[in-house]
Structures are given as structure tokens and as C-alpha cells.
Design a protein around this ligand. Sequence first.
Ligand code: NAP
Ligand code: MN
Length: 280
Amino acid sequence: MTQTNFTDKQIKVAIVSNGNYHSRGIAHKLFTTLRDDDDFYLTKRYPDVVISIGGDGMLLSAFHMYERSLDNIRFVGIHTGHLGFYTDYRDFEVDTLLENLRSDKGEKISYPILSVKTTLSDGRILTSRALNEATIKRLEKTMVADVIVNDIKFESFRGDGLSVSTPTGSTAYNKSLGGAVLHPTIEALQLTEIASLNNRVFRTLGSPLIVPKHETIEVIPRRLGTYVITIDNKTYKHRDVVKIEFEIDRKKIHFLGSENHTSFWERVRDAFIGELDDEI
Ligand code: NAP
Ligand code: MN
């Protein structure tokens, strides 16, 4: 390390990478380039910019590593496979990223994230933030729960579980659950059912529900037991969940704004539809 202390003009950069051989090679290249450049200061603590190398999954991990200081950070993703949803740069575009960082004027693109508050029967209240989604499922038997939307008792759910997704998470698990793909500038949450049972007693809407900013979704389990709560790529087991509340967080995730920021619809097309055959 040639750097000892940083000046106000330097951009503080953290590089995080998955264990993939190729990702580590890119991380090494970035590390040596930025280390020898006076415009940058490499640090894992209090960075201005976090460069995540890997896939969308790696960016989820980077988000959780730095979720306590989201206000001061801009994320940027380099994808070592196909182009992802949170990753603006491909592995061969490292030089473009370096150029963009050198001419950086602090531009950013911000997207909503999810706030999750879990109340347990022993009185503990756990709060978390999700970038993609949070889900609740019951471990034994089917989950029976009341769903309250903005203080209105909406439905009695019976089934495997429920998922609440952010707009950027709408292309992940939410989509597999039959949810809609939501443009990330729409500040709303999406509630989707995971295998609901419908009969005379338990009746659910059966279609995804899109809830606006400032409105809350509450899930109140009706049975004691063990519940599995997932927050993005993390899984927690809790006994006797009293309530779980979801709303759009007051904080957002910021990404480095640049010309490389691919249009959302282009990403959706490339990820799920692929090449269009004009001949037909
Ligand atoms: P993983 O099981 O290794 O990967 C899940 C896949 O989802 C990966 O291909 C990942 O892309 C992709 N992905 C992640 N975020 C996405 C987004 N916002 N839009 C489109 N695709 C996205 O787990 P992981 O990589 O740690 O990701 C955790 C996420 O997996 C969860 O947040 C959940 O959304 C998703 N998941 C999906 C299902 C399902 O569809 N049935 C079930 C469980 C979890 P990369 O290859 O670029 O990393
Ligand atoms: Mn992954």
C-alpha cells in the first residue's frame, strides 16, 4: 500500500468480490490501478463508492455489508457473467468504469428499498432492510395469517407463505411467484402469494397487490410455531412470530449514475426474452 491518508478530493473506494476466480482477477486489476492513482483512496471503511464484482447476488451481499451507511454510498456493479439487474458494467468494461470514476461529478440513481419489522412473542422487535424482497413462510404445516393492508384487514391467508418485493426485486423471486415486473422508479411494494389455498374459510385475492409508498402491509400469523423469514439472500428462523410489518424504507439505495446505466426495459428484455427474431 502506497497510500497513507486521504484528502477531501479523493474518492474513497471499497472493492468487494465474490470468490469466483474471474471476479478476483478483476478485483486485483482494479485494486492495483486505483491504489496507484491519487484521485482514489482504497478503504473498506466509510467508502463513497462500493464496487461489487460478481452477479446480482454479490450486489445483494455488498448492500447488506454497507446497509448502515446507505446515505453516503453509491454502489456500482461489475458483472462477470451475463448483464445483471444491479450490475451496469460487464467484465470487459473495467476501463470504462475507471474513466467514468475519474470524471465523476457525484451523479447517482436512487431506488426504493424495503423496511421489515418483525415482532416476536418474547417482545423482541427486529428491524431489517431488503433490496430485493422479504418472505415469511411457516416451517411446519401451512401458514395461516391475517393480512392487513394499511390498517384494513384485507384477507385471511392460508398457504406456504407471502413475499413482499421492492421494485428492483420485482424481476427476482417476485417474478417467479407470478408478480409483475415494476419499473424501479415506481415507489411501491408488491405483495405476492406463495401457493395459497383457497376455500370457504380462507379466501385470498389470488393476484399480486401493488401498494404505494407510505402504506403498510402487516402479516399476523395465526398459529404458534417456527417461521422462516428471508431477507434477500439471508434466512432466519424464529419461533412464535406475532407480526411482521413491511413498508418502503425512508432510505434508498444509490447507484453510481453514468451513461453505462442500461435502460430497465432493455435489461428485462435481454434477461428474459433474449434475441428477437424479426423474420417471423
Ligand atoms: P441465488 O439463489 O444464488 O440466485 C438467485 C438468482 O436470482 C441469481 O441468478 C441472481 O442473479 C438472480 N437475481 C438476484 N437478484 C435479482 C434481481 N433483482 N432481478 C433479477 N434476478 C436477480 O441467490 P442470490 O444470488 O444470493 O440471490 C438471492 C435472491 O434469489 C433473492 O433475493 C430472491 O429474489 C432470489 N430467489 C429466487 C427464487 C425463485 O425465483 N424461485 C427462490 C429463492 C430466491 P446473479 O446470477 O446475477 O447473482
Ligand atoms: Mn447469485
